[in-house]
Design a protein around this ligand. Structure first.
Ligand code: MG
Length: 379
């Protein structure tokens, strides 16, 4: 069955506490409403109509940049008015799924279950049986215990066979606004199906919900590895820079910048982990502004590209290959400097050194070779 989706994000979410309207906050590095739009598109929605407050249409375009297949409409004063506005552009031959943007953990499987239910019912909602004992209370005291038998918690999406929601809304006054949409067709005497919901589809309502969601979102983060290699040749000089530390030596390292092979290898490793090319693309050797530059800034730039994706560097490991200078006496200073540049705890930064036993260009003391790996975690 072909379907389209309405993602409702018009509310201001006053119960969620400070931090702005809840669906505009980020979760795992993405705006919360983007999670639902991506999920609906992934599930095969023909059209996704996103309903937001009219003054946020510009912000929505930024929040959903890079996605195709959605349109936006300005919402109304009530939930029903917002759904009504979202329904207008939708093809009447499509089934319609209405979803709260505040439920970000939507998966294609949820959508598939609802569409199956529409084979035999005019509407369907995801719902969970009430497991807790229910109390009716007043002023902090229990008035009575409510029998939970037969009670369900309605979630979203809620699904409607083609034309059903349009008909229900045409007979609903805009002043009537139930807290869910299936209630509209219940009023018409139609029977909607209960479809097994999912605790993960929780609605982010209170401040503590966001903490839990962030932990769940963390479980969906991606670990990525990058590696880098660099070498620089010895030449005249009285010191070398390696891993951000100045080491007195009877030669220098030749390069366009400060020739810090350790930082260059690590910069490439981090760029590699996020698929951002290599150091030469970001800082072309042909560009005179990088002549003699301290390589810290290359590393800082790579780290900022990770942060810009909502990612973080987990750990880095560098191996320096040379006969001289001896690295051991400087190893801890190098780790400390790298940890400082990357704002990482010291135990996530490793610097190792080895020689090639006199073999090859490092063995002949023609230059220094550096290798690095970095693990990066991104949404
Ligand atoms: Mg280099």
């Amino acid at each position: 069955m072909e379907f389209s989706a309405i993602v409702v994000a018009a509310g201001e979410g006053v119960r969620a506490g400070p931090g702005g309207p809840k669906t505009w906050r980020t979760l795992g590095g993405r705006p919360i409403l983007r999670w639902s739009v991506e999920a609906m598109l992934a599930a095969g929605a023909r059209q996704v109509v996103v309903v937001v407050a009219p003054d946020r249409l510009g912000e929505l375009a930024r929040a959903l940049s890079g996605l195709e297949g959605w349109i936006s409409v300005g919402g109304g004063a009530t939930r029903t008015a917002s759904v009504q506005a979202g329904l207008l552009p939708i093809n009447t031959r499509h089934a319609v799924l209405v979803h709260d943007a505040a439920r970000p953990f939507l998966a294609p499987d949820h959508v598939a279950r609802l569409l199956t239910a529409l084979d035999t019912a005019p509407a369907a909602t995801l719902a969970l049986p009430v497991a807790d004992t229910l109390k009716r209370g007043e002023a902090g005291r229990i008035i009575s215990t409510v029998d939970r038998e037969g009670l369900w918690r309605a979630q979203t999406p809620q699904a409607f066979a083609p034309g059903v929601l349009q008909t229900a809304l045409s007979v609903t006054g805009s002043d009537q606004s139930p807290t869910d949409d299936v209630a509209l067709i219940e009023r018409q005497g139609l029977t909607a199906a209960l479809v097994a919901g999912d605790p993960l589809l929780m609605k982010l309502t209170y401040p503590e919900d966001f903490e839990m969601a962030e932990r769940l979102a963390g479980g969906q983060r991606l670990s990525r590895i990058g590696q880098g290699v660099d070498a620089h040749r010895f030449g005249p000089g009285d010191h070398v820079w390696l891993c951000g530390v100045r080491i007195p030596h009877n030669q220098g390292l030749i390069g366009h910048s400060d020739a810090d092979a350790g930082l260059h290898a690590l910069t490439d490793a981090i760029l590699g982990a996020v698929g951002e090319g290599d150091i030469g693309q970001h800082f072309p050797p042909s560009d005179p502004q990088w002549r003699g530059a301290a390589s810290d800034r290359f590393l800082t730039h790579a780290a900022s590209l990770v942060a810009a994706r909502g990612g973080r560097i987990i750990n880095v490991d560098i191996t320096l290959v040379c006969e001289r200078p001896r690295i051991g006496p400087h190893r801890e200073a190098m780790r400390a400097r790298l940890a400082e540049i990357l704002a990482l705890p010291l135990d996530r930064v490793s610097v190792k050194a080895t020689t090639t036993e006199g073999m090859g260009f490092t063995g002949r003391e023609e230059g220094v070779l550096a290798q690095a790996v970095a693990i990066v975690e991104t949404p």
